[in-house]
Ligand binder design. Structure first.
Ligand SMILES: Nc1ncnc2c1ncn2[C@@H]1O[C@H](COP(=O)(O)OP(=O)(O)OP(=O)(O)O)[C@@H](O)[C@H]1O
Ligand SMILES: [Mg+2]
Length: 507
């Protein structure tokens, strides 16, 4: 028997779930209940076990112990698999992209669900179906190009479309909004509202707690694989939730912005890349943190990648310390003293076959060289240990494969590896994506320390508060053009939002 609340039977109930990976107990006796028509937030620090619990529900992970009930009936776990959970109409949008990059959006959406006629796939019919779903989502996405050419946020919408294909009864959104911007997030809330009114239960995983208060009815907090508490969102404050998640108060104060600026280190003049940005000019001085703000498609990621030699430009100049440089590829950029935290950690940020230590020290190998051929492995391991400890990485060994870390912990390594290398110019594209609220402030302190050490930092962030709190100056991009540049008194949410939307501040 399952517990019934009022007259309703839970859509889903997990009882006493324990899940062990070799050597790691990711979940320890966790219970969780999802009611129909409810949006239930699943929160906790990086590595708390949120994704693992989701995968236990979808059958991707097999629980070591515990029970699962769907619609009040026990589910036989011995043969439980993804196929079974799909049959029970449980859908998930994974934290890490699970798309086939060379296939089109349409192919990705329908993989495994092809509608065939006489042995042939009826693409027309499939496209009509996908378009209908996109219309419901109010998103316009090119479906007939390989998904690798889509923006990160657009790829996320492809994943959501795929999850909604079979009209799920339970929808798990694992950090869906981590790659989305304010406007798209509001759209997601609208969609969740509609799903809820249809009696669908949503499990909502996010580190952005404001979202929990805007769109969730109830919450469950996990910590180190254990259940901490559960209840109704209306009964708690954000402060209380933070305390439940990190076990302490959060000061929430940004470190004071460094005002001690030196010479101009990086200068970009009239840089243009077709379909991404045009005629962009900006400069960063030593000790300065310069922000890039803009909506989806404004060209921020492309601009950062272009500076790093990873996106083709057709005209314009890049100057490092006043000297014009030609950056054809990332290797050249690294030679010139640049480091990048890219917006896609799995493809560009980490080598998924390497362990934590190698990933962390890869760009700084030379620092640990003794003589011409020897490597001081001990010093290397020590440095990797120190920087990862600082970011509160949850791991059991430095020689552990990064693939097995939680999403947020992988992101911490991408940040750590560039922190270790002595770069002069840091290009940080959403460095705190998917990072829990406690560790976020550690990254803010690191960024501040970089500035104090005289480094030049470019920071891209979808969170306005983060930009205002950390940057000396903020450039606002709108449809590939610099719309405005704010500093001092003009560095306010209002001015930035107006420019983000393309409303000129000088009108
Ligand atoms: N395939 C795996 N093999 C071994 N350990 C794993 C594996 N997947 C996850 N873990 C471990 O299980 C724990 C919980 O990870 P999980 O991914 O569920 O965290 P999470 O709460 O989703 O964190 P985040 O907010 O960073 O996404 C972590 O300690 C992680 O290292
Ligand atoms: Mg996760």
């Amino acid at each position: 028997m399952t517990t019934t609340v009022g007259t309703a039977t839970p859509l889903l109930e997990v009882r006493g779930c324990t899940m062990e990976f070799p050597g790691v107990r990711a979940l320890d006796n966790v219970s969780f209940t999802l009611m129909p028509g409810e949006c239930h937030a699943l929160v906790g620090e990086n590595g708390a076990g949120k994704s693992t619990l989701s995968k236990c529900i979808t059958g991707e992970n097999r629980m070591t112990a515990g029970e699962l009930y769907a619609d009040g009936k026990p589910v036989k776990l011995s043969g439980y698999s993804i196929r079974e959970s799909q049959h029970m109409k449980i859908a998930i949008v994974h934290q890490e992209f699970q798309l086939m990059n060379d296939m089109t959006g349409l192919e990705n959406i329908f993989v495994g669900h092809y509608d065939t006629r006489g042995g042939f796939i009826n693409w027309k019919k499939l496209e009509v179906r996908a378009r209908k779903l996109l219309e419901f989502l109010q998103c316009d996405i090119e479906l007939n190009v390989p998904v690798k050419s889509l923006r990160t946020a657009e790829r996320q919408i492809v994943q959501l479309t795929k999850a909604l294909l079979d009209e799920p009864k339970v929808l798990i959104l694992d950090e869906l909004t981590a790659v989305l911007q304010e406007k798209d997030i509001l759209n997601i809330f609208r969609i969740i509202g509609i799903l809820k009114s249809r009696g669908i239960g949503v499990i909502y995983i996010s580190h952005r707690l404001d979202e929990v208060f805007s769109c969730c009815d109830s919450y469950t907090v996990l910590c180190d694989g254990r259940f901490v508490s559960s209840g109704r969102v209306a009964d708690i404050t954000k402060q209380q939730l933070i305390r439940m998640i990190i076990g302490r108060e959060l000061s929430g104060a940004y470190p004071p912005i460094n005002e001690n600026l030196g010479e101009t280190i990086l200068e970009v003049k009239n840089l243009t890349a077709p379909k991404a940005f045009r005629d962009v000019s900006l400069s960063v001085r030593a000790g300065e943190v310069v922000g890039l703000a803009g909506l989806l498609g404004a060209g921020k990621t492309e601009l950062v990648n272009a500076i790093f030699g990873h996106h083709r430009v057709v005209s314009g100049k890049i100057l490092v310390r006043g000297r014009e440089v030609n950056i054809h590829n990332p290797r050249r950029a690294i030679k010139l003293g640049m480091g990048i935290v890219p917006d896609e950690r799995r493809m560009l940020g980490l080598n998924m076959l390497f362990d934590i230590k190698d990933n962390t020290t890869l760009p700084s190998m030379r620092k640990f060289r003794v003589g011409r051929v020897f490597q001081n492995l001990r010093a290397e391991a020590r440095a990797a240990y120190e920087v990862n400890e600082r970011l509160n990485l949850k791991y059991y060994s430095l020689w552990q494969n990064v693939k097995k870390l939680s999403g947020g912990n992988q992101q911490k390594i991408v940040v750590a590896k560039w922190m270790l290398r002595e770069c002069d110019i840091f290009l940080l594209d959403e460095p705190t994506r998917g990072i829990d609220i406690g560790a976020k402030f550690e990254i803010y302190t690191l960024v501040n320390e970089l500035a104090r050490a005289g480094k030049a930092v470019i920071l891209v962030s979808p969170e306005m508060e983060e930009l205002i709190g950390l940057c000396n100056r903020i450039y606002i991009l709108f449809e590939g053009k610099v719309m405005d540049e704010v500093e001092g008194e003009r560095k306010t949410q209002e001015v930035i939002i107006n420019s983000l939307l393309g409303v000129s501040a000088h009108e």
